[in-house]
Design a protein. Structure first.
Length: 211
């Protein structure tokens, strides 16, 4: 087997990305992995060499460009290129909740602490369950990972968020006879709430906050 050329060390491909990626150590010894934004290996090799030169001269960390992508722009790009093709139910509504809660701020300002605070507030104010909160984290993490691949963000701020322990109780669904009995016993005022819950699976807090 032919050995890889020294000039190609630090060049690699990443699944799901059409571009060449580079890997090198910065002035602090931290390993950096970045998309070059090009599919041409020769150009990617030149970008890698330039970054290594900046490191040697002690200028890499000073010159590192931080993308000015806003959170709304990231959501828009993710939805158009990835999200709308997924089978995740209600993803567009969930992303709208993120936009309303986090605002159109630069993604560089979205820290792990800020996102955790947003999710914790939703658990307190909206009755968000641990399972749903974990689902939000997983979906948001997927979006930020794609943002990193596309060069829209520098890092994924949700990476350090730990999953909460979910209720291990068994999920039980009503059979048709039980549903009919429940509908017949419901009051006129409660029936719309009951029918909404049966047809959508929404939680009590979400239904009561509908307008």
């Amino acid at each position: 087997m032919q050995n890889r050329s020294n000039t190609d060390r630090g060049l690699f491909r990443r699944r799901g990305s059409p571009y060449w990626w580079i890997r090198f150590a910065d002035e602090n010894g931290r390993i950096r992995r970045e998309s070059t934004g090009t599919t041409e290996k020769k150009l990617a090799r030149e970008i890698l060499a330039k970054n290594k030169t900046l490191v040697v001269e002690g200028r890499y960390l000073d010159k590192k460009r931080v993308p000015k992508t806003t959170f709304f722009e990231l959501c828009k790009q993710y939805w158009e290129l990835e999200g709308q093709h997924k089978r995740t139910k209600g993803l567009s509504q969930i992303m709208a909740l993120w936009e309303g809660g986090l605002g159109n701020v630069p993604t560089a300002e979205l820290s792990q602490q800020k996102i955790e605070r947003y999710l914790n507030d939703r658990m307190v104010e909206r009755g968000l369950s641990a399972a749903t909160r974990n689902r939000h984290v997983a979906m948001m993490s997927s979006m930020f990972n794609k943002g990193v691949e596309w060069g829209l963000v520098v890092e994924n701020p949700t990476r350090g968020i730990k999953s909460l322990r979910e209720n291990g109780a068994r999920v039980r669904f009503l059979d048709q006879e039980e549903i009919h009995r429940l509908i017949e016993a419901a009051s006129e005022d409660f029936l719309p709430i009951l029918m909404t819950a049966l047809h959508t699976g929404m939680r009590r807090g979400a239904i009561l906050n509908l307008k």
